[in-house]
Design a protein around this ligand. Structure first.
Ligand code: SAM
Length: 276
């Protein structure tokens, strides 16, 4: 039997749906068709511990959307979305000759596919679907089986996933990107510092951390400064930025109450000079 679909994936899609309806920081018109009422309720409950939650999700989506556009512009013809959940970039950001690969566990991916099949007008062939469990499988092998070219550059998004994995799965995934893919491939991912993952004092997010645990998706991996890990995994170009920086560059605004200084985005490549 398939493991049920990820509830955190539905929760963050609900945030994108709500933010889009509010005319906010991201624009994902497909999201509302992919989520159920329970996902909105879970997002509301999560925001009790972290009021800027919806904006945080929107900022990372908008920031990564912008990166996708840039990498397509520089000639990347392969966009890979690891732990895709209910991601709609394949439909929203499509471009001639560009292939989008969505990688996720079988249960979540089956639900995503079932949901998009029911959405009128959704481009059903926009993504190539690939299943993988990062804890036990090589996503590269899975991708190659679906027609991915390891000799051509790719832009890889790993959005909202790293903290749900063991450290070895994080390291293995990053090492595979550095060692097995074209050197001018770029990976972008977000991560949480240890004090959030451990729900330490002063973070104000203990309830939110408990909520994801209660749906069987506990935070496991956290790291305060990711550059040494990226170096260990084989990357030689790397940037770490806070969500404050991402939000500032997207909107020209800074608001201390957002607590964005507790979350980070990393960009890494073996050879491509990553920019934010
Ligand atoms: C919070 S959701 C993020 C979904 C999507 N990237 C987004 O931002 O909307 C976490 C995703 O990671 C996937 N995931 C968690 N553990 C995984 C694993 N071991 N292997 C593959 N995918 C995994 C889940 O199925 C889920 O889709």
């Amino acid at each position: 039997m398939l493991k049920p679909a990820s509830r955190t994936a539905a929760m963050v899609a609900a945030c994108r749906a709500a933010e889009t309806e509010d005319g906010g920081a991201c624009n994902d018109p497909w999201a509302r068709h992919m989520v159920d009422a329970g996902a909105y309720e879970m997002a509301r409950a999560y925001a009790e511990g972290f009021p800027a939650f919806q904006l945080w999700i929107a900022v990372r989506t908008a920031f990564l959307d912008e990166q996708v556009r840039r990498h397509i512009e520089r000639g990347c013809r392969q966009i890979v979305i690891l732990g895709a959940g209910f991601d709609s970039r394949a439909a929203r950001l499509s471009a001639p000759d560009v292939r989008f690969f969505e990688v996720d566990t079988p249960g979540t991916q089956a639900e995503k596919r079932e949901r998009v099949q029911r959405i009128s007008g959704y481009p059903q062939l926009a993504a190539t679907y690939v299943t993988c469990n990062f804890e036990s499988q090589s996503f590269v092998e899975q991708l190659v089986g679906a027609g991915f070219d390891t000799t051509a550059p790719a832009f890889i998004i790993w959005e909202g996933v790293s903290y749900y994995l063991s450290e070895s799965a994080v390291r293995n995934t990053l090492t595979r990107i550095a060692e097995e893919l074209a050197p001018d491939t770029v990976v972008a991912f977000d991560f949480l510092p240890l004090r959030i993952v451990q729900a330490g004092s002063g973070t104000g997010v203990r309830e939110s951390v408990e909520l994801v645990r209660s749906v069987g998706e506990p935070f496991i991996f956290g790291i305060n400064y990711v550059i040494p890990l990226l170096y260990d995994c084989g990357f030689r170009r790397a940037r770490q930025l806070t969500f404050d920086e991402a939000w500032l560059s997207l909107s020209g605004r800074y608001d201390r109450d957002n607590m964005f200084r507790f979350q980070f985005i990393a960009l890494a490549s073996v050879a491509y000079p990553v920019t934010v």
